[in-house]
Write a protein that binds this ligand. Structure first.
Ligand SMILES: [Zn+2]
Length: 492
């Protein structure tokens, strides 16, 4: 029966966590009666319809037990998952305004992209096949100072949100300039995001120095904190080679005053590790730990070169590490010891990095490459199996970015960030193991529908919240200007 089904899925724990949404009394009632229909005075008033049902031939919950249900459905109301059960029972119990049909569909949590520079979609392909410092100092930083303004960020972020929604990403952690503009785009397109105000001690598109970027970032955080539950404004100090120890400590101090997390590049390249040794007499993570940088929640992108001692620091300090396998391979940053970090208890998620170093925002590719890269590096096919990688892209990633109690798995009481993946394409025939297929076969073109916070953002391939024709025209027009300016500069 439905209530029994719910009790088996850890829903009580989640309901108690979200007692403001669904009363603990209801939880007790539902678990003690396995024959009576589940009734919820806050979400299932008789005669009224709930918002949405998402059905599937399989529901891959990514809960702690990695439960997979067959022929089931999820009931969603007010942005929250209120029930999961056999499709016929959910349909009978919960009349809904809309149902996403489950035939040939796998339902799973939306993907969590833990590290991106969304607006860099507009610089995709501008400079390829270069080492990180060459790429940054001679191409990206100068190009950004010349071309990036609020309009660039709006168009580039809209383009990125379209690409991410199309590929089943529902949450991303961004680090770029003009964060108010990024937040406005995310507000409009319906995704969930942690959006950093970039802090960097050089002239950037939206600030003159570290102090200036901290001051402007503080204003942004004041404007967006508590404004939209899908948007978390955070600080994004760029790295320990673009900020000194004092500036890094100051950023942490201001972030603590706002009670907001930090996203930062950490131990990305051998250059950075050497720079930290030469400048601070310590490796990157030891240096950050020594100045109290990990005293608040931290999302550390890359972490390619940690020592064993540093891996222990990351685990102890509950630092969320975001692995970016494509970017690390393309820029030849190295191979992150992901399996070692997971074994040590580090919280590890996945990210794409910006589209200028990837060159797309496809989390399916990140999953596959994360698995393959570890296997070939260790010459061991058992390392980083499909289930582990899928967790890194969903519940593990959500935990790494500090949203593990809100999203990342399909459980009653969690926010309804849900995707449907089609599995009737030729590469899904036959399907023996849905998790294996999701990681090793599926790609972003297979994503059929995307729901964030209970709102449908893409239905059967149709993007509903981004004006794709307008964004295409705007992006092409801006790219033409960038291209002619680059050609002009190269002629000099
Ligand atoms: Zn990055």
């Amino acid at each position: 029966m439905l209530p029994l089904f719910l009790c088996q899925n850890g829903w009580m724990k989640n309901i108690l966590k979200r007692s403001a949404l669904i009363t603990p009394l209801l939880a007790l009632l539902a678990c003690s009666q396995d024959t009576a229909p589940l009734t919820d005075p806050t979400t299932d008033t008789s005669g009224n319809q709930i918002d949405l049902i998402v059905a599937g031939d399989y529901i891959v919950t990514m809960d702690e037990a990695a439960t997979v249900h067959k022929g089931s459905a999820i009931a969603i109301d007010d942005g929250v998952i209120i029930a999961i059960g056999p499709a016929a029972e959910i349909a009978a119990e919960y009349p809904a305004h809309e149902t996403l049909d489950g035939k040939n569909r796998i339902v799973m949590p939306g993907l969590v992209n833990g590290h991106s520079h969304a607006a860099m979609t507009l610089l995709r392909g501008v400079a390829d096949d270069l080492a990180l410092m060459d790429w940054l100092n001679n191409y990206m930083f100068p190009a950004e100072v010349q071309f990036v303004d609020a309009e660039f960020v709006r168009i580039g972020t809209e383009l990125a949100c379209w690409e991410m929604i199309r590929g089943g990403t529902t949450t991303f952690v961004d680090m770029y300039y003009y964060p108010d503009t990024i937040a406005q785009v995310v507000d409009n397109c319906g995704m969930r995001a942690l959006i950093s105000a970039t802090v960097i001690d050089q002239r950037s598109p939206d600030a003159e120095s570290a102090a200036d970027s901290i001051q402007k970032g503080s204003g942004y955080i004041e404007r967006w904190q508590g404004k939209n539950s899908r948007i978390t404004p955070i600080f994004g100090p760029h790295a320990n080679y673009t900020l000194n120890a004092e500036q890094l400590a100051k950023t942490r101090q201001v972030a603590m005053q706002f009670d907001t997390p930090i996203s930062i590049h950490v131990s990305e390249s051998p250059f950075e590790v050497q720079y930290a040794k030469d400048t601070y007499g310590k490796t990157s993570i030891e240096m950050l730990d020594s100045i109290g940088f990990f005293d608040g929640p931290t999302i550390a992108a890359h972490v390619v070169w940690p020592t064993d001692a540093e891996i222990l620091i990351l685990a102890e300090r509950k630092v969320g590490v975001i692995h970016n396998p494509t970017s690390n391979m393309k820029i030849a940053s190295g191979i992150s010891p992901v399996a070692d970090m997971l074994a040590a208890g580090v919280r590890v998620g996945l990210g794409t990095d910006g589209a200028a170093s990837n060159n797309d925002l496809d989390m399916w590719e990140e999953m596959r490459l994360a698995a393959f890269l570890q296997k070939v590096e260790q010459m061991n096919p058992e390392v980083l199996p499909a289930r582990t990688v899928l967790r890194m892209a969903t519940s593990g990633g959500a935990t790494a970015i500090g949203l593990g109690t809100e999203i990342g798995s399909l459980e009653v009481g969690k926010r309804a960030d849900v995707i449907q993946v089609a599995f009737d394409d030729v590469h899904h025939v036959p399907t023996y193991d849905v998790v294996s297929h999701l990681v090793y076969v599926s790609d972003e073109q297979d994503v059929a529908s995307v729901v964030v916070d209970g709102t449908v953002l893409m239905r059967e391939g149709e993007i509903l919240t981004v004006d794709t024709d307008r964004v295409t025209a705007e992006a092409r027009a801006l790219a033409a200007k960038i291209q002619s300016a680059l050609q002009e500069r190269n002629r000099k």
